[in-house]
Design a protein around this ligand. Sequence first.
Ligand code: HEC
Ligand code: HEC
Ligand code: HEC
Ligand code: HEC
Ligand code: HEC
Length: 476
Amino acid sequence: MTGSGEFGERRLRPLVFLAHNPISLTGIGLTTASALTLIGFWVVAVFGHGGSANPYVGIIFDLCLPALFVLGLCLIPLGIWWKKRSLRATGQLPTEYPAVDLRNPVFRRSLGFVLLATAINFVIVGTASYRGVAQMDKPSFCGQSCHVMAPEWTAYHVSSHAHVACTECHIASGMSGYVSAKLNGARQLVHVALGKYSRPIMAEGKVPAASSTCLHCHNPDNFIGDKLAVKTSFGDDEKNSVTHSLVLVHVGGKDMAGRLNGIHGAHLGHIEFISTDNTNQTIPWVATTNGDGSVREFVSADTKVPEGGQKHLMNCIDCHNRAAHSFDTPENVLNKAMASGRVSASLPFLHKEGLALIKADYASQADAESKITAGLENFYRSQYPDAWSQKKPQIDEAGKVLSAIYGENVFPFMKVTWGTHPNNRGHNDYPGCFRCHDGSHNTKDGKSIGNDCSTCHNLVAVDEMNPKLLADLGFQ
Ligand code: HEC
Ligand code: HEC
Ligand code: HEC
Ligand code: HEC
Ligand code: HEC
């Protein structure tokens, strides 16, 4: 070959020549290695039983490896640029480039190589991004890969939405919702890495409004009508005396004639409110906008309305805020366990002792588990030796269930305990409906938001031993 040919070839293969530097070579190595591993993993995932339930497998293969792949790709041009700069600095790089000539076979081969490599990389990055996004949308990624989510993850599994992906409620539909959720997620990841997240984690109004989440599955106009709620409670006496409350809740909705009625119907219009805290527990100002555009303001006599407070449009989540993560109250959860027979109501003082045990302070869930079981055993061994000898299996089972109840609701490491996440549906355990329906939110002309007991429900029976209706319905 002539001197000029050699020079031309070297210049026509600038990639090969310039990429021969430590940075680009590392890049090539990284890209090739991660690409081969990824392709191998995908082949196994498609043809074998590749799908693993372990969220970390997904994180490594769908997020970390693709990131390495892209990092490698970025290192290659970076190395080329660096080498070119140092060559230029030492005067080894000609300033005049020879003309590009497509008729030159060497040039055509290099171009072909670059195009092919680009196409392959495109497919790999494309598949990886798709899988990465799918991975990040899985409940296991949101709930399990990060231990700070343990409380919500646990409560989610015992809710009626256990099969609804986290993203369905936490990411508003559309591109902007998606991007803002991912940016928020990235910020949280940094906080977790630095250990700077709040304990407990609170929603702080960051959950998108129902219109872009819940209403994809639920029809707001659905007419539900009346619903009978039965609540069974046990006493703190030796016999754990049973009482029942029966309320016929006027859930309502939009009826066949298009009329709005009941609880759902009353709030389907335009209701705005201002709250003074980030969990919307204190609401000093409420306003309804009627069909003709006129506004009626209800102002609390007890709390001052903050200057320039932000108005919030009331939606499903202002009542159903715990639809997917209903941390219960100790009284309710124990009553439910006893009513369903999970815990035997035949054990003397079980309600009183059990409640004291699950309400006590423990250092961790493991600590609670051992102390709750031991506490219950001690109680029966020392106070009720007969029950201890005759009902050992029931006592063992009660200990297990009480520990499980604690484990589903209290997470000492996240400072999530009884009552940290109020449920707004109802008014007996938390302010709930009475945040507005307390009789002291008044208009200028003295009208208040209805708080007559019969506005929302018929009280069929309140804490009765043997409500007639229950017997009529065949429950006793
Ligand atoms: C059916 C809808 C729904 C689903 C599904 C859902 N969430 Fe939520 N989540 C909510 C709502 C509504 C709130 C706001 C609670 C409030 O304001 O009190 C919330 C709040 C939270 C919070 C803030 C802390 C708290 O307890 O208030 C976290 C963290 C959270 N969710 C994580 C998750 C994870 C992880 C998943 C999936 C495993 C998930 N959520 C699935 C509706 C949902
Ligand atoms: C992907 C669909 C889907 C989304 C999104 C969804 N839900 Fe549901 N929801 C369901 C299904 C299905 C059920 C019925 C579950 C059952 O019958 O066990 C249900 C049940 C309910 C119930 C009755 C049971 C209960 O827990 O009291 C309420 C209330 C409810 N959803 C509210 C909400 C709210 C509020 C949101 C938004 C934060 C929401 N849902 C988002 C599918 C969804
Ligand atoms: C003012 C508070 C409030 C608002 C706002 C509200 N709900 Fe309800 N909803 C209730 C109450 C109270 C019940 C009855 C509680 C029960 O299930 O015992 C209920 C019951 C339900 C049920 C269960 C019905 C059944 O058959 O068991 C569903 C589903 C539901 N609501 C969905 C929604 C959706 C979707 C929205 C938003 C369009 C919404 N709710 C808005 C208070 C509200
Ligand atoms: C953010 C404030 C707010 C909350 C919280 C709230 N409501 Fe309301 N509610 C209103 C307003 C405002 C009206 C309309 C009052 C009016 O126009 O006179 C209303 C009306 C009603 C009505 C119709 C009253 C009537 O006289 O016809 C019912 C029933 C009702 N609400 C039930 C509930 C239930 C049940 C809850 C809790 C699950 C609840 N509300 C929570 C603000 C609220
Ligand atoms: C603004 C609507 C509203 C008003 C007013 C109201 N309640 Fe309720 N009440 C509810 C809702 C919602 C529930 C929850 C039903 C459920 O659990 O599904 C409830 C539940 C109950 C229960 C059942 C037990 C329990 O712990 O859940 C009792 C008892 C009760 N209310 C008593 C009263 C009495 C007494 C009054 C009058 C002083 C009253 N309520 C006024 C909405 C209301």
